[in-house]
Every structure is written in structure tokens, then in C-alpha cells.
Design a protein around this ligand. Structure first.
Ligand code: HEC
Length: 190
């Protein structure tokens, strides 16, 4: 179809779509130029690690045993499964070990890939020593407290959060749950 044969409304719509693409392209280029001139990462890094020898060994197994085909950790892998950076701040070593060996009875809800006859079923069958090293590796992937990757909210008291809890949290919550920030006040285990 020739452009000149389009109706006026169609031309305008077409023009808007082209403009959106041009705008997206320009923004991308500008952002990349800005980023390449920064001397610090554009977003703060909220995950960190400091591996013991066993954890380091686990990190090699993590890559060699196919975990990275579904998971991301330490700038490696894909986002098909769960991002595991910072998981050591959300899960204990015991939990991780138990999940790797018996995913279906450990996970709080139905599993998608870990478990009998599922795609990651092989994980539970890996040698115990390998699973232990992998679990140690995962437990050493920490997240900065208060970041989206961490289980605990920021340690300092926030007037904003207090206000939101006061306004929005149903009073039953205050009876049924305790405020995690109270634990967060205590010095953190390293
Ligand atoms: C086929 C894709 C796939 C492979 C391969 C895979 N995983 Fe997973 N993993 C998942 C998915 C999906 C989940 C979320 C739980 C579920 O639905 O199975 C998950 C969850 C996890 C969790 C989080 C558990 C939790 O409760 O937070 C850990 C830890 C984990 N995997 C470790 C591993 C390790 C270690 C390997 C390699 C030995 C591995 N996974 C291989 C897909 C995969």
C-alpha cells in the first residue's frame, strides 16, 4: 500500500508510531552515552559475597552442573528461573540444603522445575558433597539490608514506613505478625 493512499487519520497514527520508535531509539542512545561516562555503576550494587574455600568450590559446581541455565548469580547465568543473588540473606544454609535435596517438601508452594520428573529433578540426585558445597556457596550470596534482595528492611527507623504501617496495616496484622524491624535493630550477623 502506498503512503499517499492512506487516510489522514492513518497517516497521523502511523506518524505517532514512528515517533515512539524514534524517541525510544534516541533515549537508548542517550542513556548509553550517559552510562559510559559515569565513573560509578548507574545503580548501587546491593548484593555482595565473600567466599570461603568451600563456597568458591560450590560456585564452580553451580556453573558446571547446569544451574546457570536457569539461574543468575554473581553476574553469571540467565533469568529463566529465580535470581539467586542475595539468597543467603533470605534463606539459611539448612533451608538451602534441604531445598536442594527435597525441593517439593521444602518449598512453600508447588515447584515448577525442582522436584520429581521435572526439568531440574537431577539436582536432588547430585552427590551430597556437591550439594553441600553449592548450598554453602548460595548461603554466602548476601544482600545489603533494606535492599529489594534482602529479607530485612533497612536498619534505621523510617518515619515514612511507620506512617504507612499506621495507616494501611489492618490491626489484626499487628496482633498476628511481629515487626521484623525490631529484629533488624539488633546488630547483624556477618
Ligand atoms: C530447569 C531450570 C532450573 C535448573 C536447571 C535449576 N533450577 Fe533452581 N529453580 C528453578 C525454578 C523455576 C525455581 C523456583 C522453584 C521451582 O518452581 O522449582 C528454582 C529455585 C531454586 C532455589 C530457590 C529456593 C527458594 O526457596 O528460594 C535454589 C536455591 C535453586 N533453585 C538452586 C538451584 C541449583 C543449585 C541448581 C543447579 C544444581 C538449580 N537450581 C538448577 C529452575 C531451575
Amino acid at each position: 500500500m502506498k503512503f499517499s493512499r492512506l487516510k489522514l487519520g492513518e497517516k497521523i497514527l502511523f506518524g505517532i508510531v514512528v515517533l515512539i520508535f524514534v524517541f525510544a531509539g534516541l533515549s537508548f542512545v542517550m542513556l548509553e552515552v550517559y552510562r559510559s561516562h559515569l565513573d560509578h555503576p548507574m545503580y548501587p550494587t546491593t548484593t555482595h559475597f565473600d567466599f570461603t574455600p568451600e563456597g568458591l568450590h560450590g560456585s564452580e559446581l553451580f556453573r558446571d552442573r547446569g544451574c546457570t541455565s536457569c539461574h543468575r548469580a554473581v553476574r553469571n547465568g540467565t533469568n529463566n528461573g529465580v535470581n539467586l543473588d542475595g539468597i543467603g540473606s533470605r534463606r539459611s544454609l539448612d533451608y538451602l540444603l534441604s531445598f536442594l535435596k527435597k525441593p517439593e517438601s521444602t518449598y512453600e508452594t508447588k515447584t515448577l522445575d525442582h522436584g520429581l520428573n521435572k526439568e531440574a529433578a537431577y539436582v536432588a540426585g547430585l552427590p551430597d558433597a556437591d550439594l553441600h558445597a553449592i548450598a554453602v556457596f548460595l548461603s554466602e550470596l548476601k544482600a545489603t539490608q533494606g535492599s529489594a534482595d534482602a529479607r530485612l528492611p533497612m536498619p534505621e527507623r523510617s518515619g515514612f514506613v511507620d506512617e504507612m504501617v499506621k495507616i494501611w496495616a489492618p490491626s489484626t496484622w499487628k496482633r498476628e505478625y511481629h515487626d521484623l524491624r525490631q529484629d533488624a535493630m539488633q546488630p547483624q550477623k556477618k
